[in-house]
Design a protein around this ligand. Structure first.
Ligand code: NAP
Length: 302
């Protein structure tokens, strides 16, 4: 069984199906992962003219289905990894699996400001590497103060006329070296002690309402887009207490394999990866998980 259906889960399903492992994918109530929230993807190899996120995901799913992968379109509600075979409950239904691949992904933390969700993919992004290219020649805002925010701001200076980092405190959380690099960049400024109260614009984003948390003063800032970089949350609550997780909730694996702390359970994609978080790296690790699963089954004489 495979839990999760982003690029990692579906690539694992494709490989497992071609290896005649008869995979069942619990794809979730909102299947196919974070790419369903994106528009154009230009950095997934094999698509020189780009491809829309949802179209790419439908294609990978169809490819897995072609080789016999089966799908349950609902969320897994409980797992028991202490039993053999493993038990995965999906609502009232109970499924058993001799090997399990966890590909439950992660979600970007959002600010929760009015207008933010509505503009996701229309001026609000959670991934500069993915979307920065579409914001040429406009000023941009990055929300956050950690390494991600600083890294995204530096990356975005390639495209933007100017990048403002909006941070809720008077000091960056980012590592000293990264912070110094950002602060020295003439295209970057930091708006300190400030939070984004509202994302505004008809269709596209054209301005933000900021509030200074010290003075309570509110101001409007014109911008061509907002990159939210306040951290990610791996979707691993289902496995807490059953698999070893790190302090951020990411599943621990025995790199470079995808083996978790429970024999016969493998993990891949953004539920493991706090560094790269790309569709292609997730797909690659899904492939590795399927191969690891297949080899593990062989060692079990199956
Ligand atoms: P992070 O270190 O947790 O930083 C999150 C930032 O967002 C913090 O500055 C935090 O503010 C701010 N924030 C959180 N919730 C907020 C909210 N609701 N409203 C406004 N601001 C909010 O997350 P990260 O930057 O994604 O980094 C995660 C981990 O990956 C870190 O260990 C980081 O070092 C690592 N990383 C490393 C690199 C690199 O080395 N190249 C690149 C990216 C990430 P406060 O500071 O006030 O808490």
């Amino acid at each position: 069984m495979i839990v999760g259906s982003g690029p990692a889960g579906l690539t694992a399903a494709l490989y497992a199906a071609r290896a005649t492992l008869d995979p069942l994918v619990v794809e979730g109530a909102a299947p196919m992962g974070q790419l369903m929230l994106t528009t154009e993807i230009e950095n997934f190899p094999g698509f020189p003219d780009g491809i829309h996120g949802p179209e790419l995901m439908e294609k990978i799913r169809a490819q897995a289905a072609r080789f016999g992968a089966k799908f349950v379109t609902a969320d897994a509600t409980r797992v028991d990894l202490s039993r053999r075979p493993f038990v995965v409950e999906v609502g009232e239904a109970t499924h058993e699996a001799s090997v399990l691949i966890v590909a439950t992904g992660a979600t970007a933390r959002m600010l929760g400001a009015p207008g933010e969700r509505e503009h996701l993919g229309r001026g609000v992004s959670t991934c500069a590497t993915c979307d920065g290219f579409f914001f040429r020649g406009v000023p941009l805002v990055v929300a956050g103060g950690g390494d991600s925010a600083v890294e995204e701001a530096i990356f975005l200076t390639r495209f933007a006329t100017h990048v403002s980092i909006v941070h809720r405190r008077d000091r960056l959380r980012a590592s000293k070296i990264m912070a110094a690099r950002a602060l020295a960049n003439p295209k970057i400024d930091v708006i300190w002690d400030s939070v984004i109260e509202e994302v505004r614009g008809e269709g596209a984003v054209d301005r933000l309402l900021l509030r200074n948390v010290r003075t309570e003063e509110t101001t409007e800032l014109a911008t061509g887009g907002l990159f939210v970089a306040i951290g990610h949350q791996p979707t691993t609550g289902l496995f807490r207490g059953q698999l070893d997780l790190d302090s951020g909730g990411y599943i621990e694996v025995r790199h470079p394999t995808t083996a978790t702390s429970v024999e016969g359970v493998f993990a891949c994609g953004d539920a493991v990866d706090r560094i790269y978080r790309q569709a292609i790296t997730a797909a690659g690790s899904g492939c590795a998980a399927a191969i690891d699963a297949e080899r593990w089954l062989e060692t079990q004489g199956r």
